[in-house]
Design a protein around this ligand. Structure first.
Ligand SMILES: [Zn+2]
Length: 246
């Protein structure tokens, strides 16, 4: 393994050269979405939740079309190590095939990500997202499910087979599956497919966190943030966004 960060960076940039060349010709929309910070980083600074969503969607479009913005992934240095100004909070699955910064073509410091298998709302994802809203001032919360989700498969099987997860055998795995069950159970038996349950779960979890006080719900009511759901298609990289019913 190459431990020289400068050498590694050159090699990485070299590999990206082909796609960033295309970016320079076709990515004019990306430039306006970012402003330089006082400490040398680049941070999107949306003024509204709608603008924050547009930045994520534009980044996902670049990702899908292999026009990723050239980024420096070497250590950020002392000046940038002491601040973060994320513009969106994302709650997503722990699945190893999801890399949120890549999927939305943003860089470190831009998005505040909480992960748990099945992207359910538990005290960890809730508290982390509340912190992102109240302290870091994010404008958008996205609950992001994904295709081929193993946790949702487990939830479907749990409901279908009446399976249980005693902690003596499964540790805390049942605690991860449990928040996913009500959505599966709410669907007619013949609709409990992965394709149906993944978006249904993302929407249900987004609705769940949107109702939570004392931070999330008031922030929505004041217009400071919005909460949306999404599904990431691992195969083609596309993120579909679902707005919550009013
Ligand atoms: Zn998953």
């Amino acid at each position: 393994m190459d431990r020289d960060p400068f050498l590694s960076r050159r090699r990485f940039i070299g590999k990206l050269g082909a796609v960033t060349g295309a970016m320079a010709l076709g990515g004019a929309g990306a430039a306006e979405a970012f402003t330089a910070t006082s400490t040398g980083g680049r941070a999107p600074a949306p003024k509204t939740p709608a603008e924050a969503l547009r930045i994520l969607q534009a980044g996902n479009k670049r990702y899908r079309h292999e026009k990723l913005t050239l980024r420096d992934y070497s250590p950020v240095g002392e000046r940038r190590a002491s601040e973060q100004k994320p513009f969106a909070a994302i709650i997503t699955c722990s699945d190893s095939r999801i890399s949120p910064e890549l999927v939305f073509d943003v860089e470190r410091g831009n998005i505040f990500v909480s992960r748990v298998a099945g992207n359910g709302i538990d005290n960890g994802t809730l508290g982390s997202t509340e912190y992102a809203i109240a302290v870091l001032g994010v404008k958008l919360v996205l609950v992001l499910g994904h295709s081929d989700c193993g946790a949702i498969k487990s939830a479907i099987a749990t409901v279908a087979e009446g399976k249980t997860y005693p902690s003596s055998k499964y540790g805390a795995i049942g605690d991860v599956i449990e928040p996913l069950l009500p959505t599966v159970e709410s669907l007619p038996a013949d609709e409990r497919t992965l394709a149906r349950c993944v978006p249904a779960n993302a929407i249900a979890q987004a609705q769940d966190i949107a109702r939570r006080g004392p931070i999330v719900a008031p922030a929505i009511q004041s217009g400071a943030i919005d909460v949306v759901a999404g599904v990431y298609n691992i195969a083609n990289g596309a993120v579909s966004i679902f707005r919550l019913p009013a």
